[in-house]
Design a protein around this ligand. Sequence first.
Ligand SMILES: C[S@@+](CC[C@H](N)C(=O)[O-])C[C@H]1O[C@@H](n2cnc3c(N)ncnc32)[C@H](O)[C@@H]1O
Length: 250
Amino acid sequence: MPMSTRAPLNSIPTGPDKAPFVHRLFSQVAPTYDLLNRVLSAGQDRGWRRAAARRANLNPGDRALDVATGTGDLARELKSIVGAEGLVVGLDFCRPMLTLAIERNRLAHADVPYVEGDAMNLPFGDNTFNASTIAFGARNVIDLPRLFREMTRVARPNGRVVCLEISRPVMPGLKQAFHLYFSRILPWIARLFHSRRSNYAYLPASLAIFPERDEVARMMSYAGLCDVTVTNLTGGIVAVFTGRKPETEG
Ligand SMILES: C[S@@+](CC[C@H](N)C(=O)[O-])C[C@H]1O[C@@H](n2cnc3c(N)ncnc32)[C@H](O)[C@@H]1O
């Protein structure tokens, strides 16, 4: 599966150096992560996660896994759907983010357990969850096809795999505005929160090397999913990729 051919920007390590870089970055930005999210998305991020949660097609009593859960916002959205009889587990490899997720649970009276683990090697058996989801995490992993294979593996037959990610706008006019925002304004705002250049330069750089929509959708199909769809939100600033694990594999 060919990845995007655009050259990675200097500020992002690739290959084996990327995971420790990402781990360190999120450990450093954890305390201001939620606030920065709200500011940078102009308050849109919650609605985007809600839309992704709906696409997981969950029912009360179901089980779901939220990969790269961070401070747990999507995990809690999923929990509000599956209810007290259901189970949502949040997984992340960055302990400071999970510490905040536990604190946010307490404030929201949410019962979501968190697991410290690697998205590249999910510590769950095959066919465990009715849905596996990831929000704004796919850009950060070192091997995207492997992420989708792992998320598909742990999903039950007929279960959904949902990926919410920043994308490139499709609406004319918005494209140029988005480019200006991402390359100039966003790093400037992020700089107010984080003095380290590598931290505020990472977001636009990671988006620049993220594959196009159809490439991501193809990866999901190759991971074994069917009915793969892409839904653009807010003019395509973000996209929700959804796939279904077939009833019988192969
Ligand atoms: C941009 S944050 C997204 C957090 C959350 N899902 C949200 O919607 O705000 C990306 C998260 O991915 C996590 N992450 C990156 N690579 C990972 C990996 N290989 N395994 C587990 N977590 C990972 C980071 O620690 C970070 O918490």
